[in-house]
Design a protein around this ligand. Structure first.
Ligand code: C2O
Ligand code: CU
Length: 486
């Protein structure tokens, strides 16, 4: 964004600061937020959301009508670092949607959050996103409207930003983990049940990787394999482990870290909540059985992929892993950083703000649609809940911040369930956890365990950014807030 654009944007923020039902249904800012910015696309692309059929229950069982971009399950977009992408989203669904490019540092107006950064895209409508991809890594994109319904039906795309400086792996595999809520005829069960939404979430029973029960992969013996593993499930926390080979954790949420041998992690696994990604390097053994990759969280291990040797590399590498180049991200100044602490809790009635219009009032319905929220409130951040049900107002920001300034945020989980907490538009440094289990790394989502406090730090970027749990039902039942950065 140019300096001029930043100034006019600040003026817009001031002009549209008051958001509420009183004046207009659509907050004033949403209509004004078009900031002319110098943006020369280097690549153009259309993403059409629609329905397609997939045999999720197995080859001989009834098919399921899923949601997908361009008719492709987990549509893969691969771009080189530095790409300026102009992506035209076309909504071919019968419900409103938007696109959020998760984990990408970008101009706020393309962040895809209804009400806060753009109006929803109605069925048949379109919206053009202009996004610079400066950070290499494994990312994804998804709607930010009725997410339990739309992402639950499969509307998720994979975004790989490639760095020409990356070492040459012998093989790469992308693994998207997602459960589906299916009945035995391939239809969808309700995506959310109150008992799930108010607790750990409503789980899918059909577990898949890339839409299949299991993947049989191959790589040359002695070769170096890069696995890009994405938890694109709405609900499930997974414990990812590798058996039968040396393996290193080389990136988290796309961002490289000094490689960590997987067997030095507690229990030999990396715990990954919804929306989190890891890159793992596997060094195939010269001899011996297949390598297996699984989720070890439940006693009933879900072994979702096997890598068998096919051929062998000419010159096997020795010694350490192939480290990725370190990320180039704004480094927070921890000494000067301003400190905030936010507590994740079960919602109390006091957290539910309501101006008292009856729910059947058409205005109430229009507002709920424009906010893309659910009907009940179970969760809060700092005793404040994102509006649901008949609540009429966007809550005030959790914090007002200054662009370019450093912030340290403590996230305290005082609930009985894990919450993967995501901040839009930033890559934050994870400084540590009260349970001492996290290596220092950059991320866009951090898992907080019951009773745990996790600390993150970042340099604030201008815009209105949401901060929410990525268990989609939690987010839609209140566990979302926002930061205003000017
Ligand atoms: Cu994947 Cu609001 O996030
Ligand atoms: Cu949560």
């Amino acid at each position: 964004m140019t300096a001029g654009a930043a100034i006019s944007r600040r003026a817009l923020l001031a002009a549209g600061a008051a958001v509420g039902i009183g004046g207009t249904l659509m907050p004033a800012r949403t209509g004004l937020a078009r900031v002319p910015a110098a943006f020369e696309p280097t690549q153009r692309l259309t993403l059409s959301a629609g329905e397609t059929e997939l045999r999720l229950l197995g080859p001989d069982r009834p098919a399921t009508r899923i949601y997908a971009y361009d008719g492709d399950q987990f549509r893969l977009v691969r771009v080189p670092r530095g790409t300026r992408l102009e992506a035209r989203f076309e909504n071919g669904l019968s419900e409103a949607s938007t696109v959020h490019f998760h984990g990408i540092r970008m101009p706020n107006e393309y962040d895809g959050v209804p009400t806060l950064t753009q109006p929803v895209v109605q069925p048949g409508g379109s919206f053009t996103y202009r996004i610079p991809f400066d950070d290499p890594g494994t990312f994804f994109f998804h709607p930010h409207c009725d997410e339990t319904g739309q992402a639950g039906r499969g509307l998720v795309g994979v975004l790989l930003v490639e760095d020409p400086r990356d070492p040459a792996f012998d093989t790469e595999h992308v693994l998207c983990l997602k459960d589906w809520r299916l009945d035995d005829r391939g239809g969808f069960l309700p995506m959310s049940e109150p008992d799930g939404a108010a607790k750990a979430g409503t789980f899918g029973a059909t577990r898949t990787v890339n839409g299949r029960v299991h993947l049989d992969l191959t790589a040359p013996a002695g070769g170096d394999v890069r696995l890009r593993i994405l938890n694109v499930d709405s609900t499930r926390v997974m414990d990812i482990g590798v058996e039968g080979a040396e393996a290193w954790l080389i990136a988290i949420d796309g961002h490289a870290l000094p490689p960590v041998p997987m067997d030095t992690l507690p229990d030999g696994i990396w715990r990954m909540g919804p929306a989190q990604r890891i890159d793992v390097q596997v060094r195939m053994p010269m001899e011996g059985g297949p390598v297996t990759i699984g989720d070890y969280r439940a006693s009933d291990v879900f072994t979702f992929a096997t890598i068998a040797a096919a051929g062998r590399v000419r010159r096997p590498r020795r010694g350490g892993p192939l480290a990725l180049p370190p990320p180039k991200l704004p480094l927070p100044d921890l000494k000067a950083a301003e400190f905030h602490s936010f507590t994740l809790q079960q919602a109390t009635d006091a957290a539910v703000k309501d101006t008292g219009l009856p729910p059947e009032d058409p205005l109430a319905k229009a507002l709920i649609d424009s906010l893309c929220v659910g009907g009940a409130t179970y969760w809060s951040i700092a005793q404040q809940s994102w509006p649901t049900g008949e609540a009429r107002h966007l809550p005030p920001p959790l914090a007002r911040m200054e662009a370019g300034k450093s912030y340290r945020i403590e996230i305290k989980n005082e609930t009985r369930y894990p919450h993967p907490v995501h901040l839009h538009g930033h890559a934050f440094a994870v400084l540590g956890s009260s349970k001492g289990r996290l290596p220092k790394h950059f991320a866009d989502t951090v898992l907080t365990q019951p009773g745990e406090a996790v600390e993150i730090a970042f340099v604030a970027a201008p815009g209105d950014w949401v901060f929410h749990c990525h268990i989609l039902e939690h987010m839609e039942t209140g566990m979302m807030g926002w930061f205003r950065v000017v």
